[in-house]
Design a protein around this ligand. Structure first.
Ligand code: IMP
Ligand code: MG
Length: 179
């Protein structure tokens, strides 16, 4: 285990099971409808890559990058679209794929953006959710795992751009970000 990680929250096996369960729910709900699969960079990259290979509905894949966090561990509340999708979302069944919902501020704004673009439907699939930290209520159709208020890294999630490559999700030792 990485030295900066205090405890493992989700092992690689648990992650694979969770991804399969989410994909089954998605396959059932979309059955044949084409999905515009919007991967929120960079945190959901590993999750999205695993999830998409378990989805049988037809899909187009696109990427959106928003920023609200710098190198800190607390959301700044403002969001900024750094990279937009290339597909036209009008009339499409948009499925937003996110790594974690924390304050909810980022996703609430992204969901609103696709509604304004007249998507046929907008749903959210998040691997993790920290409900204790919610500031903005955002409806989320697919949730992998509810987690406590701890800063987690791995499987795409970072602290200061590090740890994304860990094959599990672990709790970052507070001394790493408190120094
Ligand atoms: P929100 O707008 O506060 O919900 O911010 C969500 C974004 O913050 C996520 O997409 C992550 O990039 C980041 N984030 C929130 N909590 C964590 C965490 O525990 N570890 C790593 N990134 C996190
Ligand atoms: Mg991040």
């Amino acid at each position: 285990m990485n030295n900066d990680v205090g405890a493992v929250l989700m092992t690689a096996e648990k992650l694979a099971e969770t991804v399969k369960r989410l994909a089954e729910e998605i396959n059932k709900d979309y059955c044949g409808k084409e999905i515009l699969f919007v991967v929120i960079l960079k945190g959901s990259l590993v999750f999205a890559a695993d999830l998409m290979r378990n989805i049988t509905a037809p899909m187009r894949i696109d990427f959106l990058q928003a920023s609200s966090y710098g190198s800190g561990v607390v959301s700044s509340g403002k969001i900024n679209i750094k990279k937009d999708i290339e597909n036209d979302a009008e009339g499409k069944h948009v499925l937003i794929v996110e790594d974690i919902i924390d304050s909810g501020n980022t996703l609430a704004k992204i969901k609103q953006l696709f509604k304004e673009r007249n998507a046929a439907s907008v749903k959210i699939c998040t691997l993790l959710s920290k409900p204790e930290r919610r500031e903005t209520d955002v409806e989320c159709e697919y949730i992998g795992e509810i987690i406590p208020d701890e800063f987690v890294v791995g499987y795409g999630l970072d602290y200061d751009e590090r740890y994304r490559n860990l094959p599990y999700i672990g709790i970052l030792k507070p001394e790493v970000y408190e120094k």
